[in-house]
Design a protein. Sequence first.
Length: 106
Amino acid sequence: MHSGELAPQGFPVVTVVDTQDTWAVFNVREDLLKHFTQGAQFTAYLPALNKSIEFKVTHVAVMGDFATWRSTDATQGFDLRTFEVEARPVTPTEGLRMGMSVVVKL
């Protein structure tokens, strides 16, 4: 939008974001899901802040999404699906913003 323009009906002109309410969303392969049960805690690295922080799993999707790992043999094996996992920082983290990368190593 530019000065003087009319916004069409239903077009968002303002977005309000609560920067104190932060969380991360991961797509976790089903064979790694055992590490991300409801309430589990894990450490993740945030490259933008150059530090690691503790996260706690607050939600695990009930149903899997798309397959991210394909069997190399079409006649055997199976594809592994992913599950969406939501985790929140255990303690408030200064500087954490929407869209930042979060790296988890198992």
